[in-house]
Design a protein around this ligand. Structure first.
Ligand code: ZN
Length: 481
């Protein structure tokens, strides 16, 4: 069995999907009625029910292997359908079936778990908690797969397809890394496809190429054993609050660059093509500033705002405290002062490197007397940090996603980089596979907010993209490894 590259399958895929539209929506609405709020312990039974519902549907859709995977918290759903083609690439699709809490309920126009279809000037919208984040985006994969099979005449997918649908994403994916490690062999894949993101906007179809990593620490600066009277001692002993301020002031240079030694050494530079494509996004800096409730931008010289947010590493002071903060004055030399710092990392920085760079940086501040004798500074890194992930533009998986989205939406596909990071980093790291993003959310979908909605046409284009993607990957994936 093979796809027929001679005929354009697009019209067939499209009409198959349109024919299934009502059934697709009816089933999704049934799933959306299950209040699978992972953050609410009272709804644990609903998260369980949501997993069972999905497992049953995936079995009905033809997946030969469907399992509900328990965790120490809430269950995930795993499904697998191998291709009959020897040597077919293996794809793992990631999504989640839990949803955000619905408060404040009175701001919803209809009940969050009584989904409703509305007609708008843009077309039909499905309103309800989880419509786009992320049940709608998991569900479009079942339609995409059905279209793929029906229009290619295949009885198995062109790729070995695995589906992992988590139940704790909206409450921090606490047991997810453990679940991945425990099932590493079964989850093995050549490519991870994440369907839990969106496009840039309605008229600008895009996919994400990377997410930043993160490492955090607390700085504790200690001087005299207790607070001292500033009249008797002030001016004659080092002040920890002053030292902290001087120290933090040296964390960036005048060009906004972070001063840790070697901090930028492993940073993958933005290529000309990626810079060009980032610049092609219809980014409205004024609107972005309004969202930020800031009156000016600031950052590393030589980079645009989008580049700074997505493709450059940062150091931020998240909080400073110490000494007296109450009403009136208190004339002391404080005994100690503190700060919380966080570093956003980009490919191919390693959180562990940043930690040792920070320690070297502190040692140098002792040498240049920014930290004078009589003051102790300790840096405590609580966790091992999150690694950044990046899929290069020329990666075959990213190219296949780009083509699939381009065909489904009939337009050029641009690229974004995300500032934050979620379970995607764990997926890439534990499974050692490239991560690509097939997401069709819109910036006005009100995810995590009242009246969350999905644009029905975008969900259907997501299904269409998936239908193309499996054939494309099977045809273009480098074989023989
Ligand atoms: Zn989500």
């Amino acid at each position: 069995v093979s796809d027929n590259p001679g005929a354009s399958p697009d019209a067939a895929v499209r009409s198959y999907i349109q024919a299934q539209r009502e059934a697709f929506l009816a089933d999704l609405i049934e799933w959306l009625k299950i209040a699978s709020i992972s953050a609410d312990p009272d709804q644990a039974g609903e998260v369980e029910r949501s997993a069972q519902w999905l497992a049953e549907q995936l079995g009905g859709a033809g997946f030969p292997i469907v399992e509900v995977w328990p965790t120490a918290g809430l269950p995930a759903v795993y499904a697998q359908w191998d291709s009959a083609d020897p040597g077919a690439p293996t794809v793992l699709v990631y999504g989640h079936h839990d949803v955000q809490p619905v408060d404040p309920v009175d701001l919803w126009d209809s009940l969050p778990f009584e989904p409703s279809l509305r007609d708008t000037p843009h077309g039909q919208e499905l309103v309800g908690r989880g419509a786009i984040d992320d049940k709608g985006q998991v569900w479009f994969h079942t339609l995409g797969l059905a279209a793929h099979l029906a229009t290619t005449g295949r009885t198995t997918p062109a790729v070995n397809l695995k589906l992992l649908v988590e139940g704790e994403e909206e409450s921090g994916s606490i047991h997810f890394p453990e679940l991945l490690r425990a099932n590493r062999e079964r989850l093995r894949a050549d490519v991870v496809v994440v369907s839990d993101t969106g496009v840039y906007d309605r008229d600008t179809i895009s996919t994400t190429t990377g997410m930043r990593g993160l490492i955090e620490c607390q700085l504790d600066v200690t001087g005299p054993r207790g607070d001292l009277h500033s009249g008797s001692f002030g001016g004659a002993v080092p002040n920890p609050a002053t030292v902290l301020a001087r120290l933090l002031a040296t964390l960036h240079d005048d060009a906004g660059r972070v001063t840790l030694p070697g901090y930028y050494d492993k940073v993958v530079a933005l290529g000309d093509r990626e810079r060009e494509l980032l610049a092609a996004l219809p980014f409205d800096e004024g609107r972005w500033l309004a969202d930020a409730q800031s009156t000016a931008t600031y950052g590393e010289a030589g980079f645009s705002t989008l580049e700074r947010v997505g493709a450059r590493p940062t150091a931020e002071v998240n909080g400073i405290w110490g000494g007296y903060n109450g009403p009136g004055g208190k004339t002391i030399v404080p005994s100690h002062a503190h700060a919380k710092l966080s570093f956003r990392l980009v490919a191919a920085m390693e959180p562990a490197d940043v930690r040792s760079q920070f320690e070297q940086w502190l040692a140098a501040r002792h040498e240049d007397a920014t930290i004078p004798p009589g003051i102790t500074v300790t840096a405590t890194f609580e966790k091992s940090g999150v690694r950044p992930c990046l899929t290069p533009l020329d990666h075959p998986a990213l190219q296949a996603v780009t083509r699939a989205l381009g065909r489904a939406f009939g337009t050029r596909v641009l690229y974004t980089r995300e500032g934050g990071s979620g379970p995607e980093a764990d997926l890439g790291e534990v499974l050692q596979a490239p991560v690509v993003f097939l997401g069709v959310g819109l910036p006005d979908d009100r995810i995590h907010a009242p009246n969350e909605k999905a644009d029905v046409e975008f969900l259907l284009r997501g299904a269409e993209s998936a239908a193309y993607l499996w054939s494309d990957l099977a045809a273009t994936w480098p074989r023989g490894s």
